[in-house]
Design a protein around this ligand. Structure first.
Ligand code: SF4
Length: 467
């Protein structure tokens, strides 16, 4: 490496928003260590890939990115594979992609500078490992590193890491270990910093947000945290909570969400299935009465609640009858947003003995049927928005086919970033602002409309105001 010039790193973040937060934390440490960030892999001294190892397609993508970087890597560059794939498969990752210089486990992201220093002093080409043998044993040693990932006027804030649930299909507890909650004071300090930076939306994330502070003995941890947040960050317009575990949304949480406008009326509750027998085989809460009761309670307490869920089709033993129960449930509940995954066989999970008996074509066909149903429901739900005025957080500029008009693109409270829909705003609007938009058009997943009036004009550092 060149001694006189400032060293640089190039970081590729794969997978979910929780991984993005770990990537941002590593980037922060590298910047504090004197490195600059480079958008070009060939310009950088250190290449970091924060991998995903959750399910088959995500693993393949991680291997592909690592392979591409190895193929173009110079001998004076270090390639580090961090994150879930490295934690889960260890040396196997290097066997499959020879040329990787170091592996960093999921809860060892804070070792990034140490690992780079060791690579700089390394006497042999042998790769170096920073992998806790058991992710569950790793405690809190995050120091002062921010646990946020900012995207325009929104920011993800990680409140906990790991998961203690027993879901049979899921590799996350194997990779991440059990739940470790971050202290309330650290979370609030970061929320205050985001407010000072002009952030309009804070999105709380964890593998299971409803489990926050459970291991610290708090039974109503999330509700307590939400109340503290609304008191601390009164200027943040929207606080969104992702990943609510079924059975763990309490009456107190519903009460707190109903009471504070800042806690936007959006519930993301991954249910995974609706047939009790499938849910039992998944080792998930199978009490569908609770689901119906809780959704009714939430819809009664929180007007205009936007509901999001995710489901798995083709789980081992899923019969046509079980699948149809799921279809009927989706027809009945009419979710606003829905994610559907086909079952991915993951060795080492407790579902491993069940194998992967549902043929891929059956999985794909069930997914297609479910998505077709949801597309109709989503379109009808969107059509019901026409004529309403929704606050929309403007995030960019785009175009509507066949129109030369300027168009701004944003999200309403009904849309979490990357996973939900968009609102196209005819006539344009300034990026980084929340503007009231009269909805005039509905598509299956997106809406369109025009700005009524502009209010709350705040210029965000680093964001340009168009107009
Ligand atoms: S709640 Fe279940 S599906 Fe979600 S991360 Fe934990 S074990 Fe996996």
């Amino acid at each position: 490496m060149t001694a006189m010039t400032q060293k640089s790193f190039h970081l590729v973040s794969l997978g979910c928003a929780k991984n993005t937060v770990d990537s941002e934390s590593m980037a922060q440490l590298m910047l504090e260590g004197g490195y600059r960030s480079s958008l070009q892999a060939n310009d950088a001294d250190v290449l970091i890939v924060n991998t995903c190892g959750f399910i088959g397609p995500a693993k393949e993508e991680s291997y592909q990115v690592l392979g591409e970087l190895v193929a173009q890597k110079r001998t004076d560059q270090w390639l580090i594979a961090a994150g879930c794939l490295s934690q889960r498969y260890g040396k196997e990752v290097i066997d499959r992609v020879p040329g990787i210089d170091g592996l960093l486990g999921t809860r060892r992201w804070m070792d990034i500078l140490k690992l780079v220093g060791q690579l700089d002093r390394r006497q042999s080409p042998e790769p170096l490992y920073h992998l806790p043998e058991n992710a569950a044993t790793v405690g809190r040693d995050e120091g002062e590193v921010l646990r946020i990932a900012r995207q325009g006027a929104s920011a993800y804030l990680k409140i906990a890491d790991g998961c203690r649930r027993p879901c049979a299909f899921c590799a996350i507890p194997l990779i991440k270990g059990t739940l470790v909650s971050r202290p309330m004071e650290s979370i609030l300090a970061e929320a205050r910093a985001l407010q000072t930076a002009g952030i309009r939306e804070i999105i709380l994330i964890a593998q299971d947000s409803t489990d926050w502070a459970h291991e610290l003995g708090q039974r109503e941890g999330l509700a307590t945290l939400l109340e503290a947040m609304v008191n601390e960050v009164t200027d943040v317009d929207w606080i969104r909570i992702l990943y609510n575990f079924p059975g763990s949304v309490t009456d107190r949480q519903i009460e707190v969400m109903a009471k504070h406008n800042q806690l936007i009326p959006y519930l993301d509750m991954p249910l995974q299935h609706a047939h009790p027998a499938t849910l039992k085989r998944m080792r998930r809460p199978a009490n569908m009465d609770w689901v119906y009761r809780t959704l009714d309670k939430m819809r009664a307490a929180i007007p205009d609640l936007a509901l999001r869920s995710t489901f798995i089709v083709g789980y081992p033993g899923e019969t046509e009858d079980e699948f149809e129960t799921l279809l009927n449930f989706i027809e009945e509940i009419r979710f606003d947003r829905l994610g559907v995954f086909t079952f991915s066989f993951e060795p080492g999970t407790t579902s491993e003995p069940l194998g992967d008996p549902v043929p891929q074509e059956v999985k794909d066909e069930r997914k297609a049927r479910l998505m077709e149903l949801q597309q109709r429901i989503s379109l009808e739900n969107n059509q019901a928005q026409v004529g309403k005025t929704l606050d929309v957080l403007i995030e960019g500029h785009g175009e509507i086919e066949g129109s030369a008009e300027p168009v701004a693109v944003g999200r309403s409270y009904r849309d979490a970033p990357e996973i939900d829909g968009l609102v196209f705003v005819e006539g344009g609007a300034p990026i980084g602002e929340i503007v009231p938009v009269k909805i005039t058009g509905a598509m299956p997943y997106d809406l369109s409309g025009e700005v009524e009036t502009v209010r709350n004009v705040i210029t965000l550092e680093g964001l340009s105001l168009a107009n």
